[in-house]
Design a protein. Structure first.
Length: 358
């Protein structure tokens, strides 16, 4: 189902007094499966309340490395106004955790954090977006959502823009989401008093010295380490592996420290997956090149026979693709439910679409 179709159907039939099995509630709960191809690697959840209908139903997009719930952290969310006349695409923050921490002060603190984050985002990135939303209800949660809004784009449910524009706006907010997380984390250090939604606390990795003397030393050291991978990274590897299996490859993820190895006949492909952070394809490409070359040299039993693939969750730019091709590294990236590939990748059958035709 298209994004616009889902929004229109919910707005047309939502009734908070209806049962939790009503058509609108079923539509909201289906959002995760219906919209998953639009934002691979993220968690999508729709809700019309718990036990009884909410004044403001919503469809949220969570970065699993930030949060999996609307109760805490930052997230992107479609908020229906109580009268269903509008829907706001909002970069927002968890209100439940804030209420537990700050009680009656929570709304003021949320508004302060919203303002602090918004002020630190480059103005060109949020041009045309609104700092406030109106959800048409005065109960606690709608007002908390309003206070938690960082930036938003509000549409009339009667005159939604085209599906192409809706999807482009969603992708814009996904990029802003990553920027806002970085800004929030910076403020937590420079001005912690304004932060009410701190990021997840990660256990620091061991910083033991690692200076391999030869290839045997490298293999023993790197395979003995536990490498933390983000949830988005694991989803990317899983979905690409499933695609390869569908196209006739054997895919193996039990090849630590490599992400994935695919074989078909006598051909073997070593695949290194990278999640592009804040649109910085250069960093992701640089990391992929380094790891692929190191693994081919020190880990692969037959380095001259293995083919290399750099896998990304989004495009990294033509210049980076050209560089990878020059280094004899095929390049594949995810585009909704398609896998776009460089000429080498497409010719080898490890991509569903050629970059020239995408």
């Amino acid at each position: 189902m298209d994004l616009g179709t889902l929004i229109k159907r919910v707005a047309a039939v939502y009734d908070r007094t209806a049962s939790m099995d009503s058509a609108a509630q079923v539509l909201l709960r289906s959002a995760g499966s219906e919209l998953a191809p639009l934002v691979r690697g993220y968690i999508i959840v729709g809700s019309g309340g718990m036990g009884q209908g909410a004044h403001v139903p919503w469809i949220a997009v969570f970065d699993p490395d930030e949060t999996a719930s609307a109760t805490r952290g930052l997230y992107v969310v479609y908020l229906f106004a109580a009268d269903m006349s509008t829907i706001s695409l909002s970069l927002n923050q968890g209100v439940t955790e804030a209420r537990k921490l700050w009680g009656s002060e929570a709304r003021v603190r949320l508004a302060q954090q919203s303002s602090a984050i918004r002020d630190q985002i480059e103005s060109s990135l949020i041009a045309g977006l609104a700092p406030a939303i109106d959800l048409k209800h005065t109960s606690q949660l709608p007002r908390d959502y309003e206070a938690g809004n960082i930036v938003a784009q509000t549409y009339s449910t009667a005159t939604l823009p085209s599906e192409k524009e809706l999807r482009a706006d969603l992708q814009r907010f996904i990029q802003l989401y990553q920027v806002a997380i970085e800004v929030r984390d910076g403020l937590a250090v420079s001005d912690p008093a304004v932060i009410v939604s701190p990021g997840p606390q990660l256990k620091p990795e061991s910083q033991a010295e690692f200076k391999p003397k030869n290839s045997d030393d490298y293999v023993q050291t790197i395979t003995g380490r536990t490498i933390r991978k983000s949830r988005k990274h694991e989803t990317l590897v899983k979905e690409y592996g499933e695609y390869l299996i569908m196209t006739g490859f054997e895919a193996n993820t039990r090849v630590h420290p490599r992400d994935l190895v695919a074989t078909r006949g006598t051909d073997e492909w070593m695949i290194e997956a990278k999640v592009v952070r804040k649109g910085n394809g250069v960093n992701a490409v640089r990391e992929a090149i380094g790891q692929l070359l190191m693994y081919r040299k020190f880990v692969c039993p037959n380095p001259d026979e293995v083919h290399m693939v750099a896998l990304f969750n989004e495009p990294v730019g033509e210049a980076c693709v050209e560089l990878l091709e020059e280094l004899r590294i095929a390049c594949v990236w995810q585009d909704n439910d398609r896998w776009i590939g460089s000429p080498t990748a497409y010719a080898a059958g490890i991509a569903s679409d050629d970059m020239e035709g995408s």
